[in-house]
Design a protein around this ligand. Structure first.
Ligand SMILES: C[S@@+](CC[C@H](N)C(=O)[O-])C[C@H]1O[C@@H](n2cnc3c(N)ncnc32)[C@H](O)[C@@H]1O
Length: 389
């Protein structure tokens, strides 16, 4: 069956955040409202009727999802031959311009373990159907795994049906292209964007401090998000989506004040390298500091140097969970963070944490979080906690 939907995929529990970001991106990049709110599928997917402009804007500007897909075909076939037949007849009937003569394509399969054939066979079948249909319609396509013009994806949905889509961002949107050194436990970039949204980071008024910044994911993401930098997505042009639109930063002049601290000099060096690769060297102040010694006065000095009046801001971090620290060390670390937070009266502080110990220890210093939201971090059960200090 031919379908025509825009699917925005992210981590579990991020549907509400992704909806908020999509609404904002539509307003800022397209100067329009969403006709109606997207349908939520599961805990981490949004689905809307396909709209070429919205597909362009979502792929170019959204930071919280991992993928933006254009769902094209659906089949309830349970074996390879009927899947091929279904796809071929849909592709022959379809009048959307999905290829040009000479295009290289790649086909991936995701979550197809329920299908009665291996992943490679599903990939081969989908690829054959596309190439055969294109040939019958007068276009020669070839397989080009590394630099395809269009990336196709087949997956089995919750109903057990195969959906064939175009992966408009050309791969994982979480990878922003700047990461040189990972550090020990880097946060995935799209999750940093989720944390910034959940904490309602406002770059015009909030100074942002990550006191345990590791490879720098949160500070770097904060600067890029503040400018609303566009993502390069050549497939959009190849498919004629967002015709006549220019992918430019939506807030090129934003001057966010962002500070990243860590105890470990080596990871700070990696964070600096990453910042350079991300083009945000001048925007982030990196400091070696033990969180126990972080003071609002130090932050105020940096803010003044950057020409702004110091005021309350946002502390945002994902502290160590305890993979390497035992419970006593972790308790001591959380206690010194809690003690530090007491000096930051009037600030907000958000944390992605993977153990209930964090909330328990912090309670003694800063009380209960205003927001507590489950989130998954690299498949680990985690929580986002937001405190008003
Ligand atoms: C989970 S990692 C943060 C990962 C980071 N968000 C990233 O994306 O790379 C926790 C960081 O806390 C730092 N850390 C541990 N104890 C600290 C302390 N007492 N003061 C400051 N940083 C500390 C570690 O060096 C580590 O880089």
């Amino acid at each position: 069956m031919i379908i025509d939907e825009l699917r925005i995929v992210g981590s579990t529990q991020t549907n509400v955040v992704m909806t908020a970001e999509l609404t904002r991106v539509a307003q800022r990049a397209l100067k329009r409202r969403l006709d109606k709110p997207p349908r939520k599928e599961g805990l981490g997917q949004l689905v809307l009727p396909f709209d070429p402009d919205l597909a362009w804007a979502a792929t170019t500007y959204m930071r919280t999802p991992t993928r933006v897909l254009w769902d094209l075909f659906r089949s309830d076939a349970k074996r390879l031959e009927p899947l091929y037949d279904d796809l071929l007849s849909d592709l022959l009937e379809d009048r959307r311009e999905l290829w040009q003569d000479g295009d290289g394509i790649s086909v991936d399969a995701r979550r197809v373990d329920e299908f009665a054939a291996g992943e490679r066979q599903v990939v081969g079948t989908v690829k054959n159907a596309i190439i055969d249909a294109a040939r019958r319609r007068g276009a020669r396509l070839h397989v080009e795994p590394d630099h395809p013009v269009t990336r196709w994806v087949a997956r089995v949905d919750d109903r057990g049906e195969v959906i064939v889509s175009l992966d408009l961002g050309g791969g994982s949107l979480s990878q922003r292209g700047w990461r040189r050194e990972a550090g020990d436990a880097p946060l995935r970039e799209h999750l940093a964007a989720v944390l910034l949204m959940l904490a309602r980071f406002d770059p015009r008024t909030d100074v942002l401090v990550d006191p345990m910044c590791g490879s720098g994911t949160i500070p770097i993401e904060a600067v890029q998000a503040a400018r609303a930098l566009p993502r390069e997505a050549p497939m959009l042009e190849a498919l004629g989506l967002g015709k006549g639109r220019k992918a430019e930063p939506l807030f090129a002049d934003a001057q966010p004040i962002v500070i990243g601290c860590d105890l470990d000099l080596e990871v700070l060096a990696a964070a600096r390298d990453n910042a350079r690769a991300a083009g945000v060297t001048k925007d982030v102040t990196w400091q070696r500091a033990d969180v126990a010694n972080l003071r609002p006065e130090t932050i105020a000095d940096i803010v003044r140097e950057r020409g702004r009046e110091p005021g309350p801001g946002l502390i945002l971090s994902n502290p160590p969970y305890g993979e390497r620290l035992d419970v006593a060390d972790l308790r001591a670390l959380y206690a010194s963070l809690g003690n530090t937070l007491r000096a930051f009266r009037g600030w907000r502080a958000g944390f992605l944490v993977g153990t209930p110990l964090f909330e328990e220890v912090l309670y003694e210093f800063v009380g209960e979080p205003r927001i507590k939201k489950p989130l998954a971090n690299a498949n680990l059960r985690a929580y986002f906690l937001l405190y008003d200090l």
